[in-house]
Design a protein around this ligand. Structure first.
Ligand code: ATP
Ligand code: MG
Length: 361
């Protein structure tokens, strides 16, 4: 039996949990037409909250509304990549149109060469040309740029061209995704102030009832059943974190082997197996993105009773509480800790506490 879970970064899960409201708003923007504020959206969330998967899901749904998508990672060849992918996606429509034109023209005895990417033209001109032709054919373009960060020359150049498309009411939409601190820097960029006016969508945790349903449906669709108590402990262990839905689902499925029904014991063993991978595929990745001071703060949180008292964290680190509140705010924004009640914080994923405690022992 095939394991249906997808604990790999960037892969779209068989059943997409939650996020309906965000998708609905973006699709509304696409349907509503040029000028809709959702046509420029920025998606942010911690590692493993499902930014890339959401971009792919939106691309699939946008296709039904006549939008082709161009997905690219923000890196040093971003602009070339966007043009190349757009050419590839658009070629089917543009060539068809051009062939018709060419045969018409040939009848009247004139030769015509229609080009949609010209080496002698600037990148902007080439892109504009394609958008122009697609808009004329009533085909929209959804640009999706993943892993964006601030101060990037290529993003700036793309964004200023995109702004001219918006002004000219071209049929385009832009969704960017990135980690919270990178999106913060992007919003601070004075050169591309229009990004600051984009819609911001923050990916948090998935509702527990939705996780419960997603795990069960994914299992049952692939031909197994699961006992209610097994499902319950799996759901709790995910803490609503998208990557963990896939990882825990995957490991429990593996443990269950050829058995048709998944029991509590399988769930317990699978959850235990998942722990190892949580460290390398979530915790360490997340800690790598943070500063030394952030990590010191987190170690202090892990050593206190849960939820951790902010004044005790300050005492432990030997600093005053005003100073510490900056770290608190940043780490909340980064999706690593949450504010439980006034003056107390806790980890979003309980597995962080265990890992950091063991590390500092
Ligand atoms: N809504 C969802 N429901 C179920 N599983 C999901 C959902 N979103 C993402 N996942 C799963 O979570 C994992 C991480 O998703 P993804 O790679 O999109 O995260 P990300 O936010 O882009 O992470 P990073 O910041 O490292 O790029 C994948 O295994 C994916 O299949
Ligand atoms: Mg990603």
């Amino acid at each position: 039996m095939k394991n249906p879970f997808t604990p790999t970064y960037g892969s779209v899960p068989p059943l997409f949990a939650g996020r309906r409201e965000i998708i609905r708003q973006i699709i509304f923007g696409i349907e509503n037409g040029p000028g809709d504020p959702n046509r420029s959206t920025v998606i942010t969330g911690a590692r493993g909250t499902g930014k890339t998967a959401l971009l792919h899901q939106i691309a699939v749904e946008a296709l039904e509304y006549g939008f082709i998508s161009v997905y690219a990672n923000s890196n040093s060849v971003l602009l070339d990549e966007i043009l190349r992918r757009l050419e590839k996606e658009a070629s089917e429509f543009i060539e068809r149109e051009n062939k018709a034109k060419i045969s018409e023209v040939n009848i009247s005895g004139f030769g015509i060469k229609i080009e949609y990417s010209d080496q002698k033209k600037s990148w902007e001109e080439n892109l504009e040309n394609i958008i122009e032709q697609l808009t004329a054919m009533n085909i929209g373009v959804l640009f999706e740029i993943d892993e964006v960060r601030g101060g990037d020359e290529q993003i700036r150049r793309f964004a200023s061209l995109f702004q001219t498309f918006i002004t000219a009411r071209k049929n385009v939409c832009l969704i960017m995704a990135g980690l919270p601190h990178n999106i913060d820097n992007l919003f601070k960029d004075k050169v591309i102030s229009f990004i600051r006016r984009s819609r911001k969508q923050e990916l948090g945790l998935i509702d527990m009832s939705e996780v419960f349903y997603t795990l069960r449906e994914t299992i049952e669709t692939e031909g197994k059943t699961i006992d209610a108590d097994a499902l319950k402990i799996m759901t709790e262990e995910t803490a609503g974190f998208p990557y963990l839905i896939q990882l825990i689902g995957y490991e429990v499925w593996q443990v269950s082997g050829d058995k048709k029904n998944i029991r509590r014991k399988d769930a317990e063993d699978g959850i235990r197996n998942a722990q190892r991978y949580i460290v390398s595929s979530v915790i360490e990745l997340t800690l790598n993105d943070l500063s030394d001071k952030d990590r010191e703060f987190l170690v202090a949180v892990s050593q206190l009773d849960t939820p951790a008292d902010m004044s005790l964290i300050a005492q432990k680190l030997n600093v005053d509480s005003r100073y510490i509140s900056q770290y608190r705010l940043r780490l909340i924004k980064e999706g690593v800790i949450t504010s439980v009640k006034r003056g107390f914080v806790d980890f979003v994923l309980p597995q962080f506490r265990k890992y950091l405690r063991e590390l500092s022992e």
